[in-house]
Design a protein around this ligand. Structure first.
Ligand code: FMN
Length: 201
C-alpha cells in the first residue's frame, strides 16, 4: 500500500488529539502509507492562550507540525481527522479549515477521498459520537467515502466500542481515561486499506 497518501489533520488544546493523531500516523505508516500530519490553524487570541498553561504547552509542543492547507487535502487519498468535542460538535478551528475548502469542493477535488475521524471529550457521554458525526455530515457534502471502523476488530470494543471512530474521555488533569492506542492505529490501518482499494481497484 505504498502508494496510498494519508493526511492526518487535527486540532488540540490539551494534547489529547495530538496523541490520537500520532497513533493514527503510526498505524498508517505501519500499513505502508505515506503520511502527513498537520494541525489546523489556531484561531483563539494569543491573550486567551497565554492565560492557560495547558493550552500554551500544547501550542509549544506542536509548533513544528505544519498547518494544514488545501494542498494537503488535494494530495491525500485518505483523510483522518481528530478533534476534541466542543458542546457536541467539532472544534471551530477545524470547522474553519473545512469552510476554507470551498474552492476544492467546487472543483470536485474532495470527491472519493476516504475519510475517518477520531474525537475526545471530558465525559464518556459528553459528545464523542456526535462530534464525529458532525464531521461526517460535512464529509458527505464533500462526496467522500466514510470509513467508520464499526466493530471490525476486537481492539475497537476494548477501546470503548465507538463504531463511528476512536474516541476517548479525559480526566480533570486532561489525561486520557481509556486506552485507545490500538484502536487509533487499527482505524488508520483500515482507512489505508480501504483507500488502497478505492485508488487501485
Ligand atoms: C468550549 C469547550 C466545550 C466543551 N464541551 C464539552 C462537552 O460538551 N462535553 C464534554 O464532555 N467535554 C467538553 N469539552 C472538553 C473537551 O472536549 C476536552 O477538553 C477535549 O476533548 C480534550 O482534547 P484535547 O486535549 O485534544 O484538547 C469542552 C471543552 C471546551 C473548551
Amino acid at each position: 500500500m505504498e502508494n496510498v497518501k494519508v493526511a492526518i489533520i487535527f486540532y488540540s488544546m490539551g494534547g489529547t488529539n495530538v496523541q490520537l493523531a500520532k497513533w493514527a500516523a503510526a498505524g498508517a505508516e505501519a500499513a505502508g502509507a505515506e503520511v502527513r500530519i498537520r494541525k489546523v490553524q489556531e484561531l483563539a487570541p494569543d491573550a486567551v492562550i497565554e492565560n492557560s498553561s495547558v493550552w500554551k504547552t500544547t501550542v509549544e509542543a506542536i509548533k513544528d507540525i505544519p498547518v494544514a492547507t488545501s494542498e494537503d487535502i488535494e494530495w491525500a487519498d485518505a483523510l483522518i481527522f481528530s478533534t476534541p468535542s466542543r458542546f457536541g460538535t467539532m472544534a471551530s478551528q477545524l470547522k474553519q479549515f473545512l469552510d476554507m475548502q470551498g474552492g476544492l469542493w467546487a472543483t470536485g477535488k474532495t470527491v472519493n477521498k476516504v475519510v475517518s475521524a477520531m474525537s475526545s471529550a471530558q465525559n464518556p457521554h459528553g459528545g464523542q459520537e456526535a462530534t464525529i458525526l458532525s464531521l461526517y455530515t460535512s464529509m458527505m457534502h464533500w462526496g467522500t467515502i466514510i470509513a467508520a471502523p464499526g466493530y471490525s476488530d476486537a481492539v475497537l470494543v476494548k477501546a470503548g466500542g465507538n463504531p463511528y471512530g476512536t474516541s476517548v474521555s479525559v480526566d480533570q488533569d486532561g489525561k486520557m481515561v481509556e486506552d485507545v492506542e490500538d484502536a487509533a492505529k487499527f482505524q488508520a490501518k483500515r482507512t489505508v486499506e480501504i483507500a488502497s482499494k478505492i485508488k487501485n481497484g
